[in-house]
Write a protein that binds this ligand. Structure first.
Ligand SMILES: [Zn+2]
Length: 388
């Protein structure tokens, strides 16, 4: 791969600038010669009124806005790095946003002529790279230059760019897709940063025992995304059918693909599940509330998912004292299970730090985490009791 350093004025780069508002990306510049946002690039994310404005402020102050990289593909240039900056400049010059100058909102056309000239005459430093597609993409993966670091899925999209990624992004990375709102109840992350696509791919790939990159490689030249879309929709519909109450924010970002694989063959009573869900959501003893969903799907067996609050030290000490006093009067061990045993521990008095607190009536069967439900057991007996 070679890289030649060139200079282009903002005026040249912005000639024929086209911005697609719907897809949120800059399309062309340099009078049609430059593809600003090739498919393998992430969407435009500088339109936040801060980073886009900062680019224009830099130009007005005469500051450089950093190196830009184009790829010469033999027919056109593609922006390899710098598309956020170029899109910001292009959007400003074409009147898409305003900046604050001396306390007043100004769009490009309302700026004084000398300031407009300052912007359009600014020179951009551009490396134009030539090489094979794989050389360039490998390099793109390593540079990850200035600005916002790429998300893992953005990198994968670059590496496996092609018709499959294009179709998948049209479905999952488009924030104006009406389904995004429904999905956002269960999937966490920004569609524009490819985080919804990352989940969709992660789920379908895992269901086939594949890694995401292997799945993307296998489907790279597919023109459709039927399998990906069907699987994702199936998981979402399954969540909706099992948990019928309006989604709690705890549901966002759970490992739904894995949960679907593990539990979708089981049948549940939606009404019972919802009643149990509401009870657990309101139970102060549940420390890990995110674990409630998997706990319910798994038939309320694995209390470790809930990280149930244990007895605090005051309660343990009180229970220990009550038990030990009673045991000494009776001449037995202060561990009630040892006291009923038939070995030397039958009369052993354990120290507080040799004992652990146990729910007399198990928490999972409604027992409370209070003094009257607390029993101190020796470590051996407590650990052999299991689920409480
Ligand atoms: Zn014991």
């Amino acid at each position: 791969m070679r890289a030649d350093l060139n200079q282009y004025s903002v005026e040249d780069v912005c000639e024929g600038f086209v911005y697609n508002e719907l897809e949120g990306r800059g399309l062309y510049g340099l009078a049609g010669q430059l593809v600003i946002q090739p498919e393998y690039q992430r969407n435009y994310i500088y339109n936040d009124g801060k980073r886009d404005v900062a680019v224009i402020d830099s130009l007005l102050k005469g500051y450089p806005i950093g190196l830009i990289y184009f790829v010469d593909n033999g027919q056109q240039f593609e922006v390899l790095d710098g598309q956020q900056r170029i899109t910001s400049v292009g959007r400003f010059v074409t009147g898409k946003f305003a900046i604050l100058r001396n306390g007043k909102e100004q769009v490009f056309s309302s700026l004084p002529p000398e300031e407009r000239k300052l912007i359009t005459d600014s020179e951009l430093l551009v490396y134009v790279c030539t090489g094979t597609e794989s050389e360039i993409k490998e390099w793109f993966q390593t540079i990850n230059i200035a600005g916002v670091p790429l998300k893992p899925q953005e990198l994968l999209n670059a590496i496996y760019s092609g018709p499959f990624v294009t179709a998948a992004k049209a479905e999952f990375s488009n924030s104006s897709n009406a389904l995004q709102q429904k999905w956002s109840a269960y999937v966490k992350g920004d569609p524009k940063r490819q985080e919804v696509l990352a989940d969709a791919l992660g789920w379908v790939a895992a269901s086939k025992g594949q890694a995401v990159d292997a799945y993307m490689a296998a489907h790279r030249v597919d023109t459709g995304i039927a399998e990906l879309k069907t699987y994702f929709t199936t998981v979402i519909d399954w969540i909706d059918s099992v948990f019928t109450a309006s989604p709690d924010k705890l549901m966002r970002g759970l490992a739904w693909g894995r949960l679907y694989e593990a539990y979708h063959y089981q049948s549940y009573s939606a009404a019972q599940l919802n009643a149990d869900l509401q009870r657990l959501l309101g139970d102060p003893a549940v420390k890990s509330r995110k674990g409630i969903y998997e706990y319910l799907l798994g038939g309320q067996q694995d209390t470790t998912l809930l990280d149930v609050r244990i007895f605090d030290d005051t309660i343990k000490r009180q229970a220990y004292q009550q038990q030990t006093t009673k045991a000494q009067v009776a001449g037995t061990s202060n561990c009630p299970l040892c006291a009923h045993g038939h070995n030397a521990n039958q009369t052993r008095t354990y120290a507080l730090n040799e004992m652990e607190a146990d729910h007399v009536s198990a928490w999972s069967r409604g027992g409370s985490t209070s003094l009257n439900n607390c029993e101190m057991l020796c470590v051996t007996h407590n650990r052999s009791k299991g689920n409480n």
